[in-house]
Design a protein around this ligand. Structure first.
Ligand code: AMP
Length: 178
């Protein structure tokens, strides 16, 4: 399936979770077996070309795609978690969302010094989540140069923000507007 085919599997829900937000829902994509497999294939091809030695995915939807890509490539998966979930010593960072704010944490022992870690998430909007993840993974000693997304909302500027911070950003599809 092409990226255009996969885009047709995304459901847009207006005014969720707040008025004015066009929620790009992956439920319909991941519920489609061939669509899910093709999405993982497209991401894994890009992660392999980027030289990934580990995949980092953000809770919760980044876990779905990130873990699948890691399995496909036979490399490890680093969970970037919401606060208070990890049992060991963590490092964390607070960040702003398109709607609200949040915090991410990782277990720094999950990454080897200099290991090439590729970020995978479902969607990039303002880029706050991915910037926070990149910051944390770098703090833990990872080399973070690539971020992969199923969906980019380019009008919200996140991909541009990541590129300005030295990351290579790729997405399978884009939606105009916020
Ligand atoms: P951001 O930090 O602004 O780049 O937001 C990224 C995260 O928020 C993604 O992991 C998405 O899960 C979620 N998100 C933000 N905006 C939307 C949207 N319009 N539709 C669906 N998910 C969104």
């Amino acid at each position: 399936m092409t990226a255009e085919d996969l885009k047709a599997l995304i459901r847009t829900v207006p005014d969720f979770p707040e008025p004015g937000i066009q929620f790009r829902d992956i439920t319909t994509l991941i519920g489609h077996g061939a669509g899910l497999a093709a999405t993982v294939d497209h991401l894994a091809t890009r992660a392999e070309r980027a030289g990934a030695q580990a995949i980092a995915g953000m809770e919760a939807r980044g876990f779905i795609f990130g873990a699948a890509v890691a399995i496909r490539l036979g490399i490890g998966f680093v969970p970037v978690r919401k606060p208070g979930k990890l049992p060991a010593e963590t490092i964390g960072v607070d960040y702003a969302l398109e709607y609200g704010s949040d915090r991410l944490e990782i277990d720094p022992a999950a990454i080897r010094s200099g290991q090439s870690v590729v970020i995978v998430d479902d969607l990039i909007a303002t880029g706050g989540t991915a910037m926070a993840a990149a910051q944390l993974l770098r703090l833990a000693g990872g080399t973070v140069e690539n971020a992969l997304f199923v969906i980019d909302l380019p009008d919200l500027g996140g991909a541009a923000r990541l590129r300005a911070a030295g990351l290579t950003v790729q997405s399978l599809m884009q939606f105009e507007g916020g």
